[in-house]
Ligand binder design. Structure first.
Ligand SMILES: Nc1ncnc2c1ncn2[C@@H]1O[C@H](COP(=O)(O)OP(=O)(O)OP(=O)(O)O)[C@@H](O)[C@H]1O
Ligand SMILES: [Mg+2]
Length: 278
């Protein structure tokens, strides 16, 4: 069953149409990853799924209900989003930021509770930020700041989590840690995860479903092993690549052509075009 879906969704900025008449299904309890070149509309689409952007046409359905008609707090109880390049007010601490994630769970009857406190502590712990809780967000490194935003998104404790390039700025260890954490939330708690990733190989490793976007619509959609091919990468990213199997996970592994310092003798110096079978 689709937890989020779009019906003939058209998104635009003024006259410029970014996504045209898109029908998309996001399966419940799965990890869906949007891929596509810079500027193809991934962030625009993700934001519209969280009602941060009003469609020019068509609709977004959350559990079958028109998202446009749902109260904001209702949406925020079901769905959290980490947009691309968020910015925090000057001087706001990590703890204050992460606490913001709890706002949908509060009202004039139910003020800050032990449950809220526990959710915030869990999110800080999961993102390795407990020690940095009192630091100002704008004084952190790029990767630490990104993790603070992820912590805020996690503290919301929603069944659906949307993340726009969550691994940006993160070193290899933290990239894997964050993606493993999302994978566990999916596996153990059946959370639905939708994210934009630029690293195709990590996308193939973690996604149940890939959605490749090109020319205002879906170019291909399905399991990475069914979708990823040299042809798709050429069409979607305009780059020649070899597709092999990830030696650890068995998922597709894309190796782009291009220039580079080749140290394999059999290539005879032509590093640019030849494929290498390792
Ligand atoms: N606020 C805006 N006003 C006008 N045009 C916009 C706005 N935001 C994005 N665009 C344009 O819409 C198109 C899609 O942008 P979007 O940010 O969705 O791309 P993207 O696929 O997320 O790219 P990236 O991989 O670089 O993040 C781009 O051409 C962009 O310039
Ligand atoms: Mg984007």
């Amino acid at each position: 069953m689709s937890v989020l879906s779009t019906e003939s969704l058209t998104l635009s900025y003024g006259e410029s149409i970014i996504i045209k008449e898109l029908d998309l299904q996001i399966p419940k309890g799965e990890i869906t990853v949007f891929i596509g070149g810079n500027g193809c509309g991934k962030s625009t689409l993700l934001r519209s799924l969280a009602r941060l952007l009003k469609p020019q046409g068509g609709s977004v359905l959350l559990e079958g209900n028109h998202i446009a008609k749902l109260p904001t707090k209702e949406i925020a109880k079901q769905l959290a989003i980490l947009p691309q390049g968020p910015s925090a007010p000057e001087g706001l601490t990590v703890l204050q930021l992460v606490k913001q994630g709890r706002y949908p769970h509060q009202n004039w009857l139910k003020q800050w509770s032990k449950e809220d406190e526990a959710a915030v502590n869990r999110a800080l712990d999961a993102t390795g930020l407990t020690e940095l809780a009192d630091r100002a967000v704008d004084s952190l490194s790029g990767g630490q700041r990104q993790r603070a935003w992820i912590a805020m998104t996690l503290a919301q404790e929603t069944d659906i989590i949307l993340l726009d390039e969550p691994t940006t700025y993160l070193d290899m260890t933290h990239q894997i840690e964050i993606l493993d954490l999302l994978f566990e939330l999916n596996e153990k708690e059946n959370r639905t995860i939708v994210m934009v990733l630029h690293d195709l190989n990590l996308a193939c490793r973690y996604a149940h479903q890939l959605v490749a976007i090109k020319n205002q619509s879906i170019y291909a959609q399905g399991r990475p092993e069914d979708v990823i091919s040299c042809n798709l990468v050429k069409e979607v990213f305009d780059v020649q690549c070899e597709v092999t199997q990830d030696p650890i996970f068995g998922t597709p592994l894309c190796i782009p052509h291009g220039k580079g310092r080749c140290i394999l003798p059999q290539l005879g110096g032509d590093h640019e075009k030849q494929a290498v079978t390792v």
